[in-house]
Design a protein around this ligand. Structure first.
Ligand SMILES: NC(=O)c1ccc[n+]([C@@H]2O[C@H](COP(=O)([O-])OP(=O)(O)OC[C@H]3O[C@@H](n4cnc5c(N)ncnc54)[C@H](OP(=O)(O)O)[C@@H]3O)[C@@H](O)[C@H]2O)c1
Length: 261
């Protein structure tokens, strides 16, 4: 199947490591021109160099996605490098863990700015380019928590539902502009974020991280954590020319972990 991604201009938020990096890498393999971002300028340069060994069309721009000025500058830099933006992938760092009693107003505010307001702002900034092009694709990365709440991840359980609601609503508004928008929810992929959460849980439960991860993998019908590349392929398909009729959907990529219909 030809994904039609050669030469497409792609912006992937929060892409110096983990799922965001895997998504950017997959676009690069398909011949797209890709802008990667995160707060860490040095890490970004290293990742960009690594990716340029596959394709020359990778740019890197430091950006804190909780800051409107940074997002505006990121979009401007992408457009000045590639001429336009065809595809936007919204991704972010994970909100902190905790139950209701652990979270004050500041924690809620910060998580809102990180996981939801950043997506709203980046969509607002890229829409004029997509409209001018006569169409575009937006993919919002959320979490399995949009289907089934996760233990001690109250911020994710609440705010990712907002991402899904935003995505569904925009699919209705943007269809007339030929802009397709979907949400993808990861289950458990072996990234720094998941290893950190596993480590915290193992300490709380007084288990070794190996025992905790063995039990976690046994609970996944496919019997293992996913490889970030497996997640990235789904995102890239939804963002590609091969997807002409899927919009407003929330797709879970979790090896069968979620039990909800
Ligand atoms: N991995 C999974 O299985 C899984 C499951 C469910 C949900 N998720 C969600 O999917 C997203 C990605 O997960 P991941 O596992 O790939 O996380 P990760 O390995 O921790 O990577 C997070 C990325 O976000 C960047 N980032 C964090 N805060 C940022 C900010 N304010 N501005 C710009 N960039 C920022 C990080 O770079 P810097 O820190 O250098 O800025 C890094 O590139 C997270 O929201 C996570 O909660 C992941």
């Amino acid at each position: 199947m030809d994904l039609g991604l050669k030469g497409k201009s792609v912006l992937v938020l929060a892409s110096s490591k983990g799922l965001g990096k895997a998504i950017a890498q997959e676009f690069v393999r398909e011949g797209a021109r890709v802008m990667i971002t995160s707060r860490d300028a040095l890490a970004l340069q290293t990742v960009a160099r690594e990716m340029r060994e596959v394709s020359g069309e990778v740019q890197a721009q430091p950006c804190d996605i909780t800051k409107l000025t940074d997002i505006k500058e990121l979009v401007e830099k992408t457009v000045s490098a590639f001429g336009t933006i065809d595809i936007l992938v919204n991704n972010c760092g994970g909100p902190r863990a905790g139950n209701f009693d652990d979270l004050d107003d500041q924690a809620w505010q910060e998580a809102f700015e990180l996981t939801l307001l950043s997506y709203i702002r980046s969509i607002r900034e890229v829409l004029p380019y997509m409209r001018k092009n006569g169409g575009g694709k937006i993919v919002n990365i959320a979490s399995i928590s949009i289907k089934q709440p996760l233990d001690r991840l109250l911020l994710s359980n609440t705010l990712r539902a907002g991402v899904n609601g935003l995505s569904k609503s925009l699919s209705q508004e943007l269809a007339k502009d030929n802009i397709l928008i979907n949400t993808v929810g990861p289950g458990k992929f072996a990234t720094d974020r998941v290893i950190e959460i596993d480590q915290q849980q193992a300490e709380r439960k007084k288990m070794t991280i190996e025992d905790l991860q063995n039990a976690a993998q046994a609970a996944i019908p496919l019997g293992r954590y996913g490889d970030p590349q497996e997640f990235a392929k789904t995102v890239v398909f939804l963002a590609s020319d091969a997807n002409t009729y899927i919009t407003g959907q929330a797709l879970i990529v979790d090896g069968g972990l979620t039990k909800a219909l």
